[in-house]
Ligand binder design. Structure first.
Ligand SMILES: Nc1ncnc2c1ncn2[C@@H]1O[C@H](COP(=O)(O)OP(=O)(O)OP(=O)(O)O)[C@@H](O)[C@H]1O
Ligand SMILES: [Mg+2]
Length: 252
């Protein structure tokens, strides 16, 4: 799977690192002798927080981390997928901060984001994930994001296929909004769904809540599934990972 996290500062790195970790802990097949998935996290953000995360870590690496801060990700896929023990099963690409109007965001970053989107679109199992924090302000900021996505789709000439594999992830949803009745959809999530219904993008069923585990784990260079494997954050990251593999058409 080629997974690309795009958008403004709304949880790209946090979710990229945690999903990369959950993928790396997952066997490639249900057979008991199966090896784990080979995962590489590609840091394409000039601010480089994925690389900082790796630097905090004292344990053996759970997945590979490389920097690739150039607008050539789609062309360099063969090289990015190659690993010492065979090809990677998953590339998780942490795109630069921000998308949107060239007036407000440096053009170089948009070109990197565009090349990351192209990489996902070109792959049979590519998914573009845009985390969105469901506050009214961020939902409106999604309009800028749509602009870059539309542009990338047109550029790729693969709009219909790409659209089904570009998804919105609600991130940092307040746990105070969460009802003790799990079947009840929080008001903010309903509002986000209504707002996003206007955008031709599917919303992932899995919602990531605002939780301290997401803030604490990176301080130790750990993913949430390592830091608190039985915690609520780990459970939602595992659900997210399974859902993303399904969207990618790869859930075996
Ligand atoms: N689900 C969450 N719960 C609590 N805190 C979160 C959550 N997701 C992200 N954060 C916090 O929000 C901040 C921004 O998240 P993150 O760095 O992942 O976003 P980003 O999209 O990578 O930002 P940038 O565009 O600046 O690279 C971080 O301080 C992170 O710890
Ligand atoms: Mg980041």
């Amino acid at each position: 799977m080629i997974l690309v996290f795009v958008g403004k500062s709304s949880g790209k790195t946090t979710n990229a690192v945690n999903v990369a970790g959950a993928l790396a802990q997952r066997p490639v097949s249900p057979r008991p002798s199966s090896r784990k998935r080979r995962v590489r996290l590609v840091n394409a953000d000039p601010q480089g927080s994925a690389a900082e995360w790796a630097a905090q870590r004292s344990e053996a690496p759970l997945f590979d981390v490389v920097d690739h801060i150039e607008p050539t990700i789609h062309k360099d896929l063969p090289r990015l997928l190659a690993g010492p023990d065979g090809p990677m099963d998953d590339l998780v690409i942490d795109a630069p901060a921000g998308t949107g109007r060239p007036m407000t965001i440096p053009d170089g970053r948009i070109r990197i984001t565009r090349s990351a989107i192209l990489a996902a679109i070109a792959d049979d199992h590519g998914v573009v994930v845009a985390p969105v924090t469901p506050s009214p302000w961020d939902l409106w900021a999604g309009d800028d994001l749509m602009q870059v996505l539309e542009e990338a789709w047109t550029f790729a000439g693969a709009a219909p296929r790409a659209r089904t594999r570009t998804v919105i992830l609600l991130n940092r949803v307040s746990t105070r909004e969460a009802s003790s009745d799990q079947r009840q959809v929080p008001k903010i999530v309903r509002a986000a769904r209504a707002r996003l219904a206007e955008a031709p993008l599917p919303l992932l069923k899995t919602v990531i809540h605002d939780r301290q585990d997401y803030v604490q784990a990176p301080a130790y260079g750990l993913t949430v599934t390592e830091y608190a494997p039985r915690g609520a954050a780990a459970a939602e990251v595992l659900a997210l990972t399974t859902e993303l593999l399904t969207v990618a058409g790869e859930n075996k």
